[in-house]
Design a protein around this ligand. Structure first.
Ligand SMILES: O=C(O)CCC(=O)C(=O)O
Ligand SMILES: [Fe+2]
Length: 237
């Protein structure tokens, strides 16, 4: 699977006329394997295998058994089901490739929906470039202005994992992170970012403060109710 990833990335680099960067790229890539088992949806009562998302890596190679489930979102926002052929692999660009190509290569959104009454297995190989991923100088000119600042992929994925509960599965370079990476329009980003990431916390914090306030002011049942609510809010932090 690593060899396939090398071959595919080489082809893309060559296509962009950037093959001179490929050896360095491969030397700085680290891989992560993920083996997934999706149980028979009839037994679990759940047809969602994995929610729609883009991969937070540079590129992904995926292998699976005969059970269908992988769906890929088209440019027209339609989910297309992938028909697995024995011994076929699927290669997908991750958010890192999007940054490297300065938006030339789109990270495909995909998900797993279980429709067959059988167990689905998949093996994914995620590639992460160590250090910074940046757009090759040759790809930037007057007609193709730089859109992304260098992105540290490993930090990016760590950031995503740490804030997964707040960001949700849909988070991608296209949405929130592009606010940080985009070279243009970066003035009000720190505040907006803080607000977006902490919106939920701000909400619970406000309720928590109101509860504490009413504990101080009121008596009787209100105190107990407020006390319980403030504990519930504290848990949500
Ligand atoms: O299991 C699959 O086919 C897809 C898994 C996947 O998209 C992921 O782990 O990011
Ligand atoms: Fe994925």
């Amino acid at each position: 699977m690593e060899k396939l990833d090398h071959a595919v990335t080489r082809m893309v680099f060559e296509n962009y006329g950037e093959e001179k960067y490929h050896d360095d790229h491969i030397r700085s890539v680290v891989y992560l394997h993920k083996f997934s088992k999706y149980n028979d949806p009839e037994k679990t009562g759940m047809d969602v295998g994995i929610h729609g998302h883009t991969d937070k890596d540079f590129s992904t190679v995926l292998y699976q058994n005969h059970v269908k489930g992988l769906e890929i979102k088209s440019k027209d926002d339609e989910w297309i089901s992938f028909d697995p052929v024995p011994s076929s692999f699927i290669c997908m660009a991750g958010d890192g490739f999007k940054v490297w190509s300065d938006d030339g290569i789109h990270t495909c959104e995909h998900r797993v929906t279980l429709r067959e009454n059988d167990v689905r297995y998949s093996l994914a190989l995620f590639s992460y470039k160590e250090g910074e991923t940046c757009v090759p100088n040759e790809l930037v000119d007057k007609d193709h202005p730089l859109k992304y600042k260098p992105l540290h992929l490993l930090e990016y994925v760590q950031y995503f994992m740490k804030n997964y509960r707040t960001l949700g599965p849909n988070f991608s370079i296209k949405t929130l992170w592009c606010l940080i990476c985009r070279v243009r329009d970066s003035k009000s980003i720190p505040l907006l970012l803080f607000y977006l990431i902490n919106m939920r916390r701000v909400f619970y914090y406000s309720i928590f403060s109101v509860c504490l306030f009413s504990i101080c002011l009121c008596g009787g049942h209100h105190v107990i109710a407020s006390y319980l609510m403030s504990i519930a809010c504290w848990i949500q932090f």
